[in-house]
Design a binder for this molecule. Structure first.
Ligand code: FA5
Ligand code: MG
Length: 448
């Protein structure tokens, strides 16, 4: 059965912008200082503050700006595919909820706003959860075609393809909504189509506009079609350039790309793109025709255009055969010395060290109905904060409510594995003890 973008996100347990609403309530207040210093500035803490020392330590690393790092090379390769675009990559990750959500027409009750999903310095300042947070300011600066690469932050589950920090590249182009300018876009479309027809790529396309993925009321539907086609053609050519050489795109096995109808609060029509790689469809980007209200807010109401946001780790994991998302953060010379600027090479694993799992079962304290329970993301954040990148994944393995006392019990399994060395059982026990003591302090749980 074909899954919709939303089902696919659920199936893959991806944190997705189209996920249904979850209340923005929190359950504990960590013993936080009254101010916190982040990137040299002091911020007053409040009940929203949930950024952790582990996350703060990532803010200045800027992996996408290190030329030999796979993320740096990938950024440069994509930038060279769009030579006439402005290339931006130095914007601070600290933004306002207005930039991240309101400027993009997110509804007030969108789940992404909640402290369980996003990192807040305080209620007025947060870490961007996507590069789209900079759309309005970039269009307002007068940029009409641009790429913007940056680190983004989401509270999420922990496994081999999810990390609380990852990198996105936003791309956008806007045009005057006049017949002559639209004619130029159509000419561009013809050239791009001719190039793609000569290439070994199979594209499963969908109609640009449908009743469930409509053109915006303020747009001439013919203009919307032209813009959506231009977006698709640009992205198909990019994917062909990136994956064509590696994804088995031979005569026998062409590159397979599929377009899926999607929903984002800030584009319509909207799409997601998946690439078939090693037997699986992998979602690598979201995109669409920019909502006119975004362009109005940026003071360019006479324009219309497209935008996309792609996940750099997802693409780099395929191109370099990097098996675990934590590796991108490794400082180990055996990782870093494998890469040269501007060149994609296959990662050679320097042996996989043994894993060691530990379970922790506990009763949650009784809480009035009105208070939120501890969220899985709270547990993941705590584990990551105590044990850093030694945590490979975290799973809930048991959950039940006692039939008589009505108390909730949870059991989490933490899988520990170092990327660089073997861990001793004593070392892991000591870390697990620390996780348990933080769990008791922060959430008042009773260990079983
Ligand atoms: C967005 O973030 C939108 N801002 C994309 C967009 C831009 C839509 C412009 C329309 C116009 P989404 O949450 O699906 O959408 O993330 C986009 C891409 O980031 C995903 O396709 C995926 O490649 C990558 N991504 C998302 N979550 C993660 C994660 N936890 N780890 C690694 N990569 C991720
Ligand atoms: Mg998505």
């Amino acid at each position: 059965m074909r899954l919709s973008g939303r089902d696919m996100c659920r199936k893959l347990a991806l944190r997705c912008i189209c996920r249904p609403a979850r209340p923005a309530r929190r359950y504990y207040t960590p013993a936080a200082p009254s101010t916190l210093k982040v990137l040299g500035t002091d911020y007053p803490a409040d009940s929203y503050t949930n950024i952790t020392p582990t996350i703060i330590s990532k803010l200045s690393l800027q992996l996408h700006r290190q030329p030999a790092h796979p993320l740096g090379t990938l950024r440069m390769l994509i930038e060279s595919h769009f030579p006439s675009f402005s290339h931006l990559s130095c914007l601070s990750p600290i933004v306002t909820p207005y930039q991240n959500f309101d400027s993009l027409s997110f509804p007030a009750d969108h789940p992404g706003r909640s402290v369980t999903d996003s990192y807040y310095l305080n209620k007025d300042v947060m870490l961007r959860t996507h590069t789209s947070a900079h759309e309005v300011e970039t269009f307002a600066k007068g940029e009409t075609k641009w790429l913007l690469t940056a680190d983004v932050y989401r509270r999420d589950e922990i496994d081999g393809s999810h990390y609380p920090v990852f990198h996105q590249m936003e791309g956008a182009e806007i045009f005057e909504a006049t017949p002559s300018s639209m004619k130029k876009v159509e000419e561009d479309n013809e050239q791009l189509s001719a190039h793609l027809e000569r290439s070994n790529i199979v594209i499963e396309d969908i109609p640009h506009i449908t009743s469930t993925n409509p053109a915006q009321p303020s747009h001439d539907p013919r203009h919307s079609e032209i813009i959506a086609l231009n977006l698709k053609l640009h992205l198909n050519s990019l994917l062909l350039e990136l994956f064509g050489g590696v994804a088995g795109a031979s005569k026998e096995e062409p590159l397979r790309v599929r377009w899926i109808e999607a929903y984002f609060p800030f584009t319509s029509p909207s799409y997601e793109v998946e690439v078939f790689f090693r037997g699986k469809w992998l979602e690598i980007l979201g995109c669409g025709v920019v909502l006119q209200s975004t362009l109005d807010r940026a003071n360019v109401p006479s324009k219309l255009g497209w935008a996309f946001g792609l996940g750099l780790e997802r693409i780099a994991m395929i191109l370099y055969s990097i098996p675990d998302i934590r590796l991108f953060w490794s400082r180990d010379e055996r990782f870093l010395s494998q890469f040269t600027p501007g060149k994609i090479s296959t990662f050679k694993p320097y042996s996989k060290f043994p894993a060691c799992f530990k379970d922790v079962s506990f009763w949650l304290p009784d809480r009035p109905e009105t208070q939120a329970k501890m969220h899985d993301n709270d547990f993941c954040d705590l584990a990551r904060d105590v044990a850093g990148d030694l945590v490979e994944d975290v799973k809930v393995i048991d959950k039940f409510t006692h039939p008589k006392t009505n108390r909730d019990s949870l059991c989490y399994r933490i899988n520990y594995r170092s990327m660089d060395r073997s861990l001793s059982n004593e070392e892991v026990n000591a870390i697990q003890d620390l996780v348990i003591s933080h769990l008791k302090d922060r959430f008042g749980v009773e260990i079983r």
